[in-house]
Design a protein around this ligand. Structure first.
Ligand code: GDP
Ligand code: IMO
Ligand code: MG
Length: 427
Protein backbone atom coordinates (compact mmCIF):
# COMPACT_ATOMS: atom_id res chain seq x y z
CA UNK A 1 0.00 0.00 0.00
CA UNK A 2 1.54 3.32 -0.99
CA UNK A 3 1.77 6.59 0.88
CA UNK A 4 -0.77 9.36 1.39
CA UNK A 5 -0.19 13.04 2.06
CA UNK A 6 -2.66 15.08 4.09
CA UNK A 7 -2.15 18.83 4.06
CA UNK A 8 -3.83 22.19 4.58
CA UNK A 9 -5.38 23.69 1.44
CA UNK A 10 -5.76 27.24 2.82
CA UNK A 11 -3.87 29.26 5.49
CA UNK A 12 -3.68 26.52 8.13
CA UNK A 13 -6.09 25.46 10.88
CA UNK A 14 -8.33 23.65 8.39
CA UNK A 15 -8.76 20.67 10.74
CA UNK A 16 -5.71 18.61 9.73
CA UNK A 17 -5.35 17.22 13.25
CA UNK A 18 -8.86 15.80 13.29
CA UNK A 19 -8.53 14.33 9.79
CA UNK A 20 -5.15 12.74 10.57
CA UNK A 21 -6.43 11.30 13.82
CA UNK A 22 -9.42 9.85 11.99
CA UNK A 23 -7.12 7.97 9.60
CA UNK A 24 -4.56 7.21 12.31
CA UNK A 25 -6.30 4.02 13.37
CA UNK A 26 -6.00 2.58 9.84
CA UNK A 27 -2.42 3.53 8.96
CA UNK A 28 0.89 2.20 10.23
CA UNK A 29 2.88 5.44 10.34
CA UNK A 30 1.96 9.13 10.63
CA UNK A 31 4.83 11.44 9.69
CA UNK A 32 5.20 15.18 10.24
CA UNK A 33 7.41 16.41 7.38
CA UNK A 34 7.85 20.16 7.99
CA UNK A 35 7.16 22.99 10.40
CA UNK A 36 7.49 22.73 14.13
CA UNK A 37 5.60 23.83 17.17
CA UNK A 38 4.12 26.75 15.25
CA UNK A 39 1.42 24.18 14.44
CA UNK A 40 -1.57 23.70 16.71
CA UNK A 41 -3.66 20.63 15.90
CA UNK A 42 -6.75 19.97 17.98
CA UNK A 43 -7.96 16.41 18.21
CA UNK A 44 -11.14 15.44 20.00
CA UNK A 45 -11.46 11.80 21.04
CA UNK A 46 -14.68 11.09 22.91
CA UNK A 47 -14.81 13.62 25.74
CA UNK A 48 -11.04 14.20 25.62
CA UNK A 49 -9.50 17.16 23.78
CA UNK A 50 -5.81 17.19 22.84
CA UNK A 51 -3.77 20.13 21.52
CA UNK A 52 -0.75 18.83 19.60
CA UNK A 53 2.03 21.08 18.36
CA UNK A 54 5.02 19.03 17.38
CA UNK A 55 3.83 15.46 17.67
CA UNK A 56 2.07 13.89 14.69
CA UNK A 57 -1.66 13.46 15.29
CA UNK A 58 -1.18 9.68 14.86
CA UNK A 59 0.26 9.63 18.39
CA UNK A 60 -3.27 9.10 19.71
CA UNK A 61 -3.77 5.85 17.76
CA UNK A 62 -2.04 2.99 19.61
CA UNK A 63 -1.44 0.92 16.46
CA UNK A 64 0.31 3.75 14.66
CA UNK A 65 4.00 4.75 14.77
CA UNK A 66 4.38 8.54 14.91
CA UNK A 67 7.42 9.97 13.14
CA UNK A 68 9.05 13.40 13.21
CA UNK A 69 10.78 13.64 9.84
CA UNK A 70 14.03 15.34 8.85
CA UNK A 71 12.15 18.37 7.48
CA UNK A 72 10.70 19.30 10.89
CA UNK A 73 12.31 21.79 13.28
CA UNK A 74 12.28 20.49 16.84
CA UNK A 75 12.25 22.48 20.05
CA UNK A 76 13.39 19.79 22.51
CA UNK A 77 11.85 21.46 25.57
CA UNK A 78 8.47 21.70 23.83
CA UNK A 79 8.72 18.13 22.61
CA UNK A 80 9.53 16.73 26.04
CA UNK A 81 6.75 18.66 27.73
CA UNK A 82 4.27 17.58 25.07
CA UNK A 83 5.33 13.96 25.59
CA UNK A 84 5.04 14.14 29.37
CA UNK A 85 1.67 15.91 29.09
CA UNK A 86 0.35 13.03 26.99
CA UNK A 87 1.92 10.40 29.26
CA UNK A 88 0.15 11.95 32.25
CA UNK A 89 -3.11 11.48 30.37
CA UNK A 90 -2.34 7.81 29.75
CA UNK A 91 -1.20 8.09 26.11
CA UNK A 92 1.64 5.72 25.23
CA UNK A 93 4.27 7.68 23.30
CA UNK A 94 7.01 5.05 23.32
CA UNK A 95 6.77 4.31 19.58
CA UNK A 96 7.73 7.85 18.55
CA UNK A 97 10.65 8.15 16.10
CA UNK A 98 12.60 11.37 15.54
CA UNK A 99 14.91 11.91 12.60
CA UNK A 100 18.52 12.51 13.60
CA UNK A 101 18.65 15.00 10.73
CA UNK A 102 15.83 17.20 12.00
CA UNK A 103 17.05 20.66 13.00
CA UNK A 104 16.83 21.93 16.56
CA UNK A 105 15.17 25.15 17.63
CA UNK A 106 17.47 26.63 20.29
CA UNK A 107 16.72 29.49 22.68
CA UNK A 108 18.61 31.88 20.39
CA UNK A 109 16.31 31.05 17.50
CA UNK A 110 13.30 31.93 19.63
CA UNK A 111 14.97 35.22 20.67
CA UNK A 112 15.85 36.06 17.08
CA UNK A 113 12.27 35.38 15.93
CA UNK A 114 10.83 37.71 18.57
CA UNK A 115 13.28 40.57 18.12
CA UNK A 116 13.09 40.40 14.32
CA UNK A 117 9.31 40.77 14.52
CA UNK A 118 9.60 43.69 16.94
CA UNK A 119 12.12 45.30 14.62
CA UNK A 120 9.75 45.00 11.65
CA UNK A 121 7.13 47.03 13.54
CA UNK A 122 4.05 47.60 11.38
CA UNK A 123 5.50 45.37 8.65
CA UNK A 124 5.70 42.34 10.95
CA UNK A 125 4.60 38.92 9.72
CA UNK A 126 2.81 37.98 12.92
CA UNK A 127 4.85 34.82 13.44
CA UNK A 128 4.06 32.44 16.26
CA UNK A 129 7.33 33.51 17.93
CA UNK A 130 8.50 29.90 18.22
CA UNK A 131 11.83 30.37 16.42
CA UNK A 132 10.69 28.67 13.21
CA UNK A 133 12.04 31.15 10.63
CA UNK A 134 15.50 31.63 12.22
CA UNK A 135 15.95 27.85 12.58
CA UNK A 136 15.16 27.20 8.92
CA UNK A 137 17.37 30.16 7.98
CA UNK A 138 20.28 28.54 9.83
CA UNK A 139 19.54 25.22 8.14
CA UNK A 140 19.76 26.83 4.70
CA UNK A 141 22.80 28.85 5.80
CA UNK A 142 24.45 25.58 6.92
CA UNK A 143 24.93 26.77 10.49
CA UNK A 144 22.06 24.80 12.02
CA UNK A 145 22.13 22.32 14.88
CA UNK A 146 20.68 18.87 14.22
CA UNK A 147 19.25 16.30 16.62
CA UNK A 148 22.28 14.04 15.99
CA UNK A 149 24.61 16.83 17.18
CA UNK A 150 23.30 16.31 20.72
CA UNK A 151 25.36 13.11 20.80
CA UNK A 152 28.74 14.68 20.03
CA UNK A 153 29.56 17.38 22.58
CA UNK A 154 32.56 18.69 20.70
CA UNK A 155 30.70 19.13 17.41
CA UNK A 156 27.71 20.62 19.23
CA UNK A 157 29.93 23.16 20.99
CA UNK A 158 31.68 24.15 17.78
CA UNK A 159 28.38 24.60 15.96
CA UNK A 160 26.69 26.60 18.70
CA UNK A 161 29.74 28.85 19.04
CA UNK A 162 29.89 29.42 15.28
CA UNK A 163 26.17 30.23 15.10
CA UNK A 164 26.32 32.58 18.08
CA UNK A 165 29.40 34.46 16.81
CA UNK A 166 27.24 36.14 14.21
CA UNK A 167 23.96 36.16 16.14
CA UNK A 168 25.42 37.85 19.18
CA UNK A 169 26.70 40.64 16.97
CA UNK A 170 23.21 41.08 15.63
CA UNK A 171 21.53 40.80 19.03
CA UNK A 172 23.82 43.31 20.72
CA UNK A 173 24.62 45.75 17.92
CA UNK A 174 21.48 45.72 15.79
CA UNK A 175 18.71 44.70 18.13
CA UNK A 176 20.11 46.17 21.35
CA UNK A 177 19.72 42.89 23.28
CA UNK A 178 22.01 40.95 25.57
CA UNK A 179 24.42 38.40 24.08
CA UNK A 180 23.63 34.70 24.60
CA UNK A 181 26.35 32.54 26.17
CA UNK A 182 27.28 29.54 24.01
CA UNK A 183 28.18 27.33 26.97
CA UNK A 184 24.75 27.83 28.53
CA UNK A 185 23.04 26.83 25.29
CA UNK A 186 25.26 23.77 24.95
CA UNK A 187 24.53 22.77 28.54
CA UNK A 188 20.79 23.13 28.04
CA UNK A 189 20.82 21.12 24.81
CA UNK A 190 22.98 18.36 26.31
CA UNK A 191 20.43 18.16 29.12
CA UNK A 192 17.84 16.91 26.60
CA UNK A 193 20.09 14.37 24.89
CA UNK A 194 19.50 11.31 27.09
CA UNK A 195 15.74 11.81 27.27
CA UNK A 196 15.47 12.07 23.50
CA UNK A 197 17.88 9.24 22.69
CA UNK A 198 15.37 6.35 22.67
CA UNK A 199 13.37 8.06 19.94
CA UNK A 200 16.17 9.09 17.58
CA UNK A 201 16.34 6.96 14.43
CA UNK A 202 17.20 6.84 10.74
CA UNK A 203 13.61 7.63 9.84
CA UNK A 204 14.29 7.73 6.08
CA UNK A 205 15.38 4.10 6.18
CA UNK A 206 12.51 3.08 8.48
CA UNK A 207 9.87 4.71 6.26
CA UNK A 208 11.22 3.36 2.98
CA UNK A 209 11.47 -0.14 4.43
CA UNK A 210 7.92 0.19 5.75
CA UNK A 211 6.70 1.14 2.27
CA UNK A 212 8.53 -1.82 0.77
CA UNK A 213 6.74 -4.02 3.31
CA UNK A 214 3.38 -2.66 2.13
CA UNK A 215 2.75 -0.64 5.27
CA UNK A 216 0.52 2.43 5.04
CA UNK A 217 2.29 5.74 5.64
CA UNK A 218 0.43 9.01 6.10
CA UNK A 219 2.34 12.28 5.82
CA UNK A 220 0.74 15.02 7.88
CA UNK A 221 1.43 18.62 6.90
CA UNK A 222 1.55 21.51 9.30
CA UNK A 223 0.33 25.01 8.29
CA UNK A 224 -1.20 25.18 4.78
CA UNK A 225 -0.66 25.74 1.06
CA UNK A 226 -0.95 29.54 1.23
CA UNK A 227 1.64 29.62 4.04
CA UNK A 228 4.19 27.73 1.92
CA UNK A 229 7.52 29.53 1.54
CA UNK A 230 7.48 28.97 -2.26
CA UNK A 231 3.80 28.79 -3.14
CA UNK A 232 2.16 30.89 -0.43
CA UNK A 233 1.51 34.59 0.00
CA UNK A 234 5.20 35.44 0.46
CA UNK A 235 6.49 37.11 2.61
CA UNK A 236 3.46 36.45 4.84
CA UNK A 237 4.21 32.75 5.06
CA UNK A 238 5.98 30.24 7.23
CA UNK A 239 9.56 29.15 6.46
CA UNK A 240 8.95 25.64 5.15
CA UNK A 241 7.07 23.73 2.43
CA UNK A 242 3.70 22.44 3.68
CA UNK A 243 2.77 21.68 0.03
CA UNK A 244 2.89 18.08 -1.19
CA UNK A 245 6.48 18.18 -2.46
CA UNK A 246 7.58 18.98 1.10
CA UNK A 247 6.52 15.48 2.14
CA UNK A 248 9.17 13.98 -0.15
CA UNK A 249 12.06 16.18 0.94
CA UNK A 250 10.91 16.39 4.56
CA UNK A 251 10.70 12.63 4.99
CA UNK A 252 13.11 11.26 2.38
CA UNK A 253 10.49 9.39 0.36
CA UNK A 254 10.34 9.58 -3.43
CA UNK A 255 7.32 11.07 -5.22
CA UNK A 256 6.64 7.75 -6.98
CA UNK A 257 5.59 6.32 -3.61
CA UNK A 258 2.77 8.81 -3.08
CA UNK A 259 -0.58 7.82 -4.50
CA UNK A 260 -3.00 10.14 -2.80
CA UNK A 261 -2.81 13.79 -1.75
CA UNK A 262 -5.69 14.94 0.45
CA UNK A 263 -6.30 18.66 0.89
CA UNK A 264 -8.04 19.68 4.08
CA UNK A 265 -10.41 22.49 3.21
CA UNK A 266 -12.51 24.52 5.62
CA UNK A 267 -16.04 25.33 4.41
CA UNK A 268 -15.08 29.00 4.92
CA UNK A 269 -11.65 30.66 5.27
CA UNK A 270 -9.46 31.69 8.21
CA UNK A 271 -6.00 33.13 8.62
CA UNK A 272 -3.79 33.99 11.62
CA UNK A 273 -1.10 36.65 11.41
CA UNK A 274 -0.57 39.33 8.78
CA UNK A 275 -0.96 39.19 4.99
CA UNK A 276 -3.55 39.48 2.23
CA UNK A 277 -6.89 37.69 2.59
CA UNK A 278 -9.39 38.71 -0.13
CA UNK A 279 -12.56 37.29 1.45
CA UNK A 280 -11.85 38.55 4.97
CA UNK A 281 -14.96 39.86 6.76
CA UNK A 282 -14.92 42.77 9.18
CA UNK A 283 -18.64 42.65 9.95
CA UNK A 284 -21.11 40.64 12.03
CA UNK A 285 -20.75 37.62 9.70
CA UNK A 286 -17.00 37.50 10.35
CA UNK A 287 -17.64 37.78 14.07
CA UNK A 288 -20.24 34.98 13.86
CA UNK A 289 -17.88 32.65 11.97
CA UNK A 290 -15.22 33.28 14.63
CA UNK A 291 -17.65 32.64 17.49
CA UNK A 292 -19.47 29.62 16.06
CA UNK A 293 -16.31 28.10 14.57
CA UNK A 294 -14.29 28.68 17.77
CA UNK A 295 -11.67 30.38 15.60
CA UNK A 296 -8.99 31.11 18.13
CA UNK A 297 -5.38 29.94 17.65
CA UNK A 298 -4.36 26.73 19.43
CA UNK A 299 -0.72 27.86 19.64
CA UNK A 300 -0.83 31.58 20.34
CA UNK A 301 -4.44 32.14 21.44
CA UNK A 302 -4.85 34.86 18.80
CA UNK A 303 -8.26 35.38 17.22
CA UNK A 304 -8.29 34.02 13.68
CA UNK A 305 -9.31 36.34 10.87
CA UNK A 306 -12.43 34.90 9.20
CA UNK A 307 -14.05 35.14 5.76
CA UNK A 308 -16.14 33.32 3.19
CA UNK A 309 -14.97 30.34 1.18
CA UNK A 310 -12.53 31.23 -1.61
CA UNK A 311 -12.69 28.87 -4.60
CA UNK A 312 -9.72 30.56 -6.31
CA UNK A 313 -7.54 29.43 -3.43
CA UNK A 314 -9.00 25.92 -3.44
CA UNK A 315 -8.27 25.57 -7.18
CA UNK A 316 -4.74 26.82 -6.60
CA UNK A 317 -4.26 24.25 -3.81
CA UNK A 318 -5.46 21.51 -6.16
CA UNK A 319 -2.91 22.57 -8.74
CA UNK A 320 0.23 23.08 -6.67
CA UNK A 321 -0.32 19.94 -4.60
CA UNK A 322 -1.76 17.66 -7.27
CA UNK A 323 -4.68 17.01 -4.92
CA UNK A 324 -6.61 13.81 -5.48
CA UNK A 325 -9.25 14.52 -2.80
CA UNK A 326 -10.58 17.15 -0.47
CA UNK A 327 -11.71 16.65 3.11
CA UNK A 328 -14.17 19.48 3.69
CA UNK A 329 -14.31 20.50 7.36
CA UNK A 330 -16.58 22.58 9.58
CA UNK A 331 -19.62 22.50 7.32
CA UNK A 332 -21.72 22.53 10.53
CA UNK A 333 -20.42 26.03 11.34
CA UNK A 334 -22.32 27.44 8.34
CA UNK A 335 -25.69 26.18 9.60
CA UNK A 336 -28.11 29.06 10.15
CA UNK A 337 -27.08 31.46 7.39
CA UNK A 338 -29.93 32.18 5.00
CA UNK A 339 -27.50 32.71 2.16
CA UNK A 340 -23.80 31.92 1.92
CA UNK A 341 -21.52 33.91 -0.39
CA UNK A 342 -18.68 31.99 -2.08
CA UNK A 343 -15.82 33.73 -3.86
CA UNK A 344 -15.60 32.35 -7.40
CA UNK A 345 -13.08 34.77 -8.94
CA UNK A 346 -11.33 38.07 -8.20
CA UNK A 347 -11.62 41.50 -9.65
CA UNK A 348 -8.15 42.98 -10.04
CA UNK A 349 -7.82 46.50 -11.42
CA UNK A 350 -11.21 46.21 -13.14
CA UNK A 351 -10.57 42.78 -14.71
CA UNK A 352 -12.10 39.41 -13.76
CA UNK A 353 -9.37 36.94 -12.78
CA UNK A 354 -10.16 33.22 -12.32
CA UNK A 355 -6.80 32.00 -11.00
CA UNK A 356 -4.56 33.11 -8.13
CA UNK A 357 -2.28 35.85 -9.48
CA UNK A 358 1.44 35.19 -9.03
CA UNK A 359 2.06 38.90 -8.46
CA UNK A 360 1.98 40.04 -4.82
CA UNK A 361 0.77 43.47 -5.92
CA UNK A 362 -2.15 41.98 -7.86
CA UNK A 363 -3.12 39.71 -4.99
CA UNK A 364 -3.13 42.67 -2.60
CA UNK A 365 -5.58 44.40 -4.98
CA UNK A 366 -7.83 41.34 -5.47
CA UNK A 367 -11.48 41.95 -4.64
CA UNK A 368 -13.68 38.87 -4.30
CA UNK A 369 -16.45 38.25 -6.83
CA UNK A 370 -19.17 36.37 -4.98
CA UNK A 371 -21.88 33.95 -5.96
CA UNK A 372 -24.50 33.44 -3.29
CA UNK A 373 -25.74 29.97 -2.42
CA UNK A 374 -28.87 29.23 -0.38
CA UNK A 375 -28.17 28.20 3.23
CA UNK A 376 -29.83 25.70 5.60
CA UNK A 377 -31.05 25.84 9.17
CA UNK A 378 -31.27 22.14 10.13
CA UNK A 379 -28.73 20.71 12.60
CA UNK A 380 -26.28 18.63 10.52
CA UNK A 381 -23.98 17.43 13.29
CA UNK A 382 -25.62 13.97 13.40
CA UNK A 383 -25.48 13.42 9.64
CA UNK A 384 -23.74 10.14 8.79
CA UNK A 385 -24.12 10.10 5.03
CA UNK A 386 -24.29 12.69 2.28
CA UNK A 387 -28.02 12.05 1.83
CA UNK A 388 -28.62 12.92 5.52
CA UNK A 389 -27.62 16.51 4.73
CA UNK A 390 -30.34 19.05 3.87
CA UNK A 391 -30.60 19.67 0.10
CA UNK A 392 -29.05 23.13 0.35
CA UNK A 393 -26.07 21.78 2.29
CA UNK A 394 -25.63 19.06 -0.34
CA UNK A 395 -25.74 21.72 -3.04
CA UNK A 396 -23.20 23.87 -1.19
CA UNK A 397 -20.79 20.90 -1.05
CA UNK A 398 -21.38 20.03 -4.71
CA UNK A 399 -20.81 23.64 -5.77
CA UNK A 400 -17.54 23.80 -3.82
CA UNK A 401 -16.42 20.53 -5.34
CA UNK A 402 -17.11 21.74 -8.86
CA UNK A 403 -15.25 25.01 -8.28
CA UNK A 404 -12.28 23.47 -6.48
CA UNK A 405 -11.14 20.85 -8.96
CA UNK A 406 -11.00 17.64 -6.89
CA UNK A 407 -13.63 15.36 -5.34
CA UNK A 408 -14.76 16.04 -1.79
CA UNK A 409 -14.30 12.61 -0.22
CA UNK A 410 -15.19 13.42 3.38
CA UNK A 411 -17.13 16.12 5.21
CA UNK A 412 -16.63 17.23 8.81
CA UNK A 413 -19.83 18.10 10.65
CA UNK A 414 -18.30 18.45 14.13
CA UNK A 415 -14.92 18.22 15.89
CA UNK A 416 -15.27 14.57 17.05
CA UNK A 417 -13.84 11.56 15.20
CA UNK A 418 -17.30 10.23 14.41
CA UNK A 419 -18.70 13.59 13.29
CA UNK A 420 -17.58 12.88 9.75
CA UNK A 421 -19.38 11.89 6.58
CA UNK A 422 -17.20 9.56 4.52
CA UNK A 423 -18.00 9.64 0.82
CA UNK A 424 -15.00 7.89 -0.76
CA UNK A 425 -12.66 5.79 1.35
CA UNK A 426 -9.10 7.17 1.65
CA UNK A 427 -7.52 3.75 2.11
P1 GDP B 1 -5.31 22.14 12.23
O1 GDP B 1 -4.24 23.06 12.66
O2 GDP B 1 -5.48 22.10 10.76
O3 GDP B 1 -5.19 20.77 12.83
O4 GDP B 1 -6.68 22.76 12.79
P2 GDP B 1 -6.91 23.35 14.28
O5 GDP B 1 -6.97 22.22 15.22
O6 GDP B 1 -5.95 24.44 14.55
O7 GDP B 1 -8.33 24.04 14.09
C1 GDP B 1 -9.44 23.32 13.67
C2 GDP B 1 -10.50 23.38 14.79
O8 GDP B 1 -11.74 22.94 14.27
C3 GDP B 1 -10.21 22.46 15.96
O9 GDP B 1 -10.71 23.07 17.12
C4 GDP B 1 -11.00 21.19 15.63
O10 GDP B 1 -11.41 20.47 16.80
C5 GDP B 1 -12.20 21.78 14.95
N1 GDP B 1 -12.81 20.95 13.91
C6 GDP B 1 -12.21 20.13 13.00
N2 GDP B 1 -13.13 19.65 12.13
C7 GDP B 1 -14.32 20.16 12.50
C8 GDP B 1 -15.65 20.08 11.97
O11 GDP B 1 -15.92 19.41 10.97
N3 GDP B 1 -16.62 20.80 12.62
C9 GDP B 1 -16.36 21.57 13.72
N4 GDP B 1 -17.36 22.25 14.28
N5 GDP B 1 -15.13 21.68 14.24
C10 GDP B 1 -14.12 21.00 13.63
P1 IMO C 1 -1.40 24.71 11.82
O1 IMO C 1 -0.51 23.52 11.57
C1 IMO C 1 -2.17 28.92 11.07
C2 IMO C 1 1.35 31.50 10.53
C3 IMO C 1 1.65 32.53 11.59
C4 IMO C 1 2.28 33.63 10.74
C5 IMO C 1 3.09 32.83 9.71
C6 IMO C 1 4.57 32.67 10.04
O2 IMO C 1 -2.05 24.70 13.15
O3 IMO C 1 -2.34 24.90 10.69
P2 IMO C 1 5.86 31.16 11.82
O4 IMO C 1 5.81 31.13 13.31
O5 IMO C 1 5.52 29.86 11.18
O6 IMO C 1 7.14 31.74 11.29
O7 IMO C 1 4.72 32.22 11.39
O8 IMO C 1 2.48 31.54 9.65
N1 IMO C 1 1.23 30.10 11.02
C7 IMO C 1 0.06 29.46 11.12
N2 IMO C 1 -1.21 29.87 10.90
N3 IMO C 1 -1.93 27.66 11.44
C8 IMO C 1 -0.66 27.22 11.65
O9 IMO C 1 -0.36 25.94 11.88
C9 IMO C 1 0.39 28.15 11.53
N4 IMO C 1 1.74 28.06 11.68
C10 IMO C 1 2.23 29.28 11.36
O10 IMO C 1 0.47 32.98 12.22
O11 IMO C 1 1.29 34.34 10.05
MG1 MG D 1 -3.94 24.70 13.88
Amino acid sequence: MPALVLLGAQWGDEGKGKATDLLGGSVDYVVRYQGGNNAGHTVVVGDQKYALHLLPSGILSPSCTPVIGNGVVVDPSVLLSELSGLNERGVDTSKLLISGNAHIITPYHVSMDKVAERFLGKRKIGTTGRGIGPTYADKINRVGIRVQDLYDESILTQKVEAALDVKNQMLTKLYNRRAIAADQVVEELLGYAEQLKPYVADTVLVLNQALEDDKVVLFEGGQGTLLDIDHGTYPFVTSSNPTAGGACTGAGVGPTKISRVIGILKAYTTRVGAGPFPTELFDADGEALRRIGGERGVTTGRDRRCGWFDAVIARYATRVNGLTDFFLTKLDVLTGWEEIPVCVAYEIDGKRVEELPYSQTDFHHAKPIYETLPGWSEDITKAKSFSDLPKNAQNYVKALEEMSGAPISAIGVGPGRDETIEINSFL
